[in-house]
Write a protein that binds this ligand. Structure first.
Ligand SMILES: Cc1cc2nc3c(=O)[nH]c(=O)nc-3n(C[C@H](O)[C@H](O)[C@H](O)COP(=O)(O)O)c2cc1C
Length: 175
């Protein structure tokens, strides 16, 4: 059995998960609704990035008992540009820290771009972004990573980088 699982706070990650569900016919469920992860042979996990952590991924995937015959696909959704290698290297390192070594080694990882709408952020997230923005602005141009640039360029705005074509490699892998 195959399942699409998503961890999304403001909906951009859920949009990718639902689109993949629509295109493949595979059911998509919120990570908090998953009762028994071990019944699935193929798991496609979509998780939003929050301060380097993939929302819901750790508590969901680390419950896998026998990873040997499973196909595990992880797709992160963040604001920073996934064409930047420094960015994807850091995301990968974060995932490595959040998962057991066996599950990490078994997983194929994809990087997608989401969006942000400051008008709907909760107070905690608004405060975190204000702090990140102030810190980022103090850095010199050459010190700015892709994440830092994304924070500065989108601060206070509503932006949408969702690109469903980026799901095609995932579709090819599961077919
Ligand atoms: C507090 C906060 C921290 C974030 N941290 C990261 C990050 O570390 N890397 C990144 O690429 N994007 C980061 N983002 C951007 C989100 O990953 C992006 O908005 C994503 O599309 C959110 O997914 P969701 O709409 O499914 O919740 C952050 C956003 C907020 C509000």
């Amino acid at each position: 059995m195959t399942i699409i699982i998503y961890g999304s706070k403001y909906g951009t990650t859920e949009q990718y998960a639902q689109e993949l569900s629509k295109k493949t016919g595979i059911k998509a469920e919120k990570y908090s609704d998953i009762q028994d992860i071990n019944q699935y042979g193929t798991i496609i996990y979509f998780g939003a990035l929050y301060a380097g952590s993939v929302l819901g991924m750790k508590k969901t995937l680390n419950k896998i008992e026998d990873y040997h015959n499973k196909k595990i696909i992880i797709a992160t959704v963040g604001l920073a540009d996934p064409n930047d290698k420094g960015n994807t290297d850091r995301i990968r390192e974060g995932i490595k820290r959040q998962l057991s070594e066996d599950i990490y080694n078994q997983a194929t990882i994809y990087f997608l771009r989401g969006g942000i709408d400051y008008s709907i952020l909760n107070l905690k997230h608004k405060t975190m972004m204000a702090f990140a923005y102030r810190k980022s602005k103090k850095l010199k141009e050459e010190e700015r990573t892709a994440e830092i640039k994304a924070v500065i360029e989108t601060y206070g705005k509503k932006v949408d980088f969702i690109d469903f074509d980026k799901l095609n490699p995932i579709i090819n892998e599961i077919e």
